[in-house]
Design a protein. Structure first.
Length: 250
């Protein structure tokens, strides 16, 4: 793995261009946050990127796919450009939450937990957490439907033990999709380098790293299928549009 450095590269031209375009007409900080939220949620589809934990924000934009850590990095970089203070809250997530998309026969190579992150945003005089940008809406809708059909509260990346989870723009408990799967809380950090240099950070072991590309390909195939099924259901109830056709072809 290459040396970890500042991942939220807010000085990158592409990051600055996106942030300016999305926030230039916003009339309040909340409108800016909401506009950036929907970009990160839906334009960066949920899925496992080419590298698991050291993706720069500009690279996430190029790949257009991400998990919690990569999407959080991008969201923070965009907020930095918009002048809205944010910090990354780290913890350890139970990987059993990915039941249904990680093949059962591959679980023996997985650690029990993995580094996980979500964002806290300083707005209206306080730090407000959210993680509902992790899943794009079509995938969330499809995965949530599967959980309901199975009578389960965990799986496909979602953690809804009390039946409540949402991909909508919302701070706090109503806006969480994975928080109930967090087993350890490592606190909030203003800079990713601080966390990487702490005793809490646990690098991915080499065995898992070597198997990651194969696992990511299998998992992403399952994620795409769930998304396609969800979009087809939506398409069946709506007139055909170029936008939906384009999504189905992704």
């Amino acid at each position: 793995m290459r040396k970890l450095d500042h991942l939220a590269d807010s000085s990158h031209p592409k990051i600055r261009e996106i942030a300016f375009q999305l926030t230039e007409s916003a009339e309040s900080d909340e409108e800016k946050v909401k506009s950036l939220f929907y970009f990160v949620r839906d334009e960066i589809r949920f899925g496992f990127p080419s590298r698991l934990e050291d993706m720069k924000a500009s690279e996430v934009v190029s790949e257009k796919v991400g998990v919690c850590n990569s999407k959080t990095t991008l969201f923070k970089a965009l907020l930095d450009v918009a002048g809205i203070p944010s910090r990354i809250h780290y913890g350890a997530i139970d990987l059993h939450v990915f039941r249904g998309v990680i093949p059962g026969y591959m679980r023996w190579v997985l650690p029990k937990t993995a580094n996980h992150s979500w964002l806290e945003i300083s707005i209206d005089g306080g730090w407000k957490p959210m993680d509902s940008y992790i899943f794009d809406k079509p995938y969330f809708r499809g995965a949530r439907k599967k959980l309901i059909e199975e009578g389960q509260h965990w799986g496909y990346g979602l953690a809804c033990p009390d039946g409540a989870c949402s991909c909508a723009f919302h701070f706090g408990n109503k806006g969480f999709v994975q928080m109930k799967a967090v087993l350890k809380d490592f606190g909030a950090w203003n800079d990713d380098i601080e966390f990487f240099g702490s005793g809490f950070y646990e690098p991915v072991d080499e065995r898992f790293r070597s198997l990651y590309p194969k696992m990511a390909a299998l998992v992403n195939k399952r994620i795409r299928q769930i998304r396609i099924e969800s979009l087809k259901e939506e398409e069946a109830s709506l007139p055909s549009t170029p936008y939906l056709d384009q999504l189905l072809l992704r």
